[in-house]
Design a binder for this molecule. Sequence first.
Ligand SMILES: NC(=O)c1ccc[n+]([C@@H]2O[C@H](COP(=O)([O-])OP(=O)(O)OC[C@H]3O[C@@H](n4cnc5c(N)ncnc54)[C@H](OP(=O)(O)O)[C@@H]3O)[C@@H](O)[C@H]2O)c1
Length: 288
Amino acid sequence: MKKILVIGQDGMLGSELYLRLYNNSLYDVYKTTIETLDICNKEAVIDEVKRINPDFIINCAAYTNVDGCEVNFDLANSVNGIAVANIAEATNIVDATLIHISTDYVFDGKLPIDKAYTEDMKENPISAYGKTKYLGEQNASKAKKYYILRTAWLYGLNGKNFVKTMLNLSKSKDEISVVNDQHGSPTSTTTLCEIIEQIIEKKPEFGIYHSTNEGFTVWSDFTKKIFELANISTKVIPISSKEYKEMYPNSSDRPKNSQLLKNKLHSVGIFPKKWEEALNEYLKEELK
Ligand SMILES: NC(=O)c1ccc[n+]([C@@H]2O[C@H](COP(=O)([O-])OP(=O)(O)OC[C@H]3O[C@@H](n4cnc5c(N)ncnc54)[C@H](OP(=O)(O)O)[C@@H]3O)[C@@H](O)[C@H]2O)c1
């Protein structure tokens, strides 16, 4: 039976992932939360990992407030960047495999819109969040056995996210302005959990894998789809990133194109659902 440790179990991804793995009889699953383990405490991380002695360590802990990272850079860098080295070191001590979750925001988004990023393309983050997560990737790769799964635009039942924000705003607004020039892939935590399970089972070659739902969109069209599927009449007003920045000057810069190509994931037999299908399944649960 594979022993799996989920770090950051109290987060949006961590909570769903832990439950899924826990309910799978193939696995013996352990968890840590921010209360039981601060990943910035190297000694505590090594002690806990040695005590559990897992085969797989899945790091779902992070500082995920993208705008917050700009003002709280040191804290974000400690959690998203430096602390990942603690987890990688602990992973090596017990000869486990690390699965670390990263982001499309490691890219600068300057790629032409008709192209998508492959895993081997040069990272060049433009936001504080992206910079801290890129350091996290570099540290995760210090594990002898590692997978870095880059996901994007994540939403799920157990946390704050864009879909919930739009659903809530629609209750009090007749129209909502949403950015129309940032391209990416909305991804449900359920899809990412499915990818993680398949990575554990298939054990492909170690390295980076782009891990999002299939297909690309922009935030304004994503919002239109949310409202269409949820039967909401609120109007979506598409605006440019420049207009958004004028409205919210303290907001972080985000890549214009963070489309991630998933050929590498496909090559190991993992085929995520289309983003519209995953969104529909999520909304059925969310709106129950
Ligand atoms: N959300 C997205 O749109 C998105 C997009 C791309 C990639 N990702 C990546 O996907 C992963 C999962 O994201 P998520 O949305 O599930 O994040 P989340 O809901 O914010 O969960 C992260 C968890 O980590 C905890 N944490 C923070 N600092 C910690 C520390 N020092 N020690 C231990 N735990 C700590 C947080 O606790 P507190 O809440 O108490 O701080 C939270 O419970 C992250 O690696 C994230 O960077 C997310």
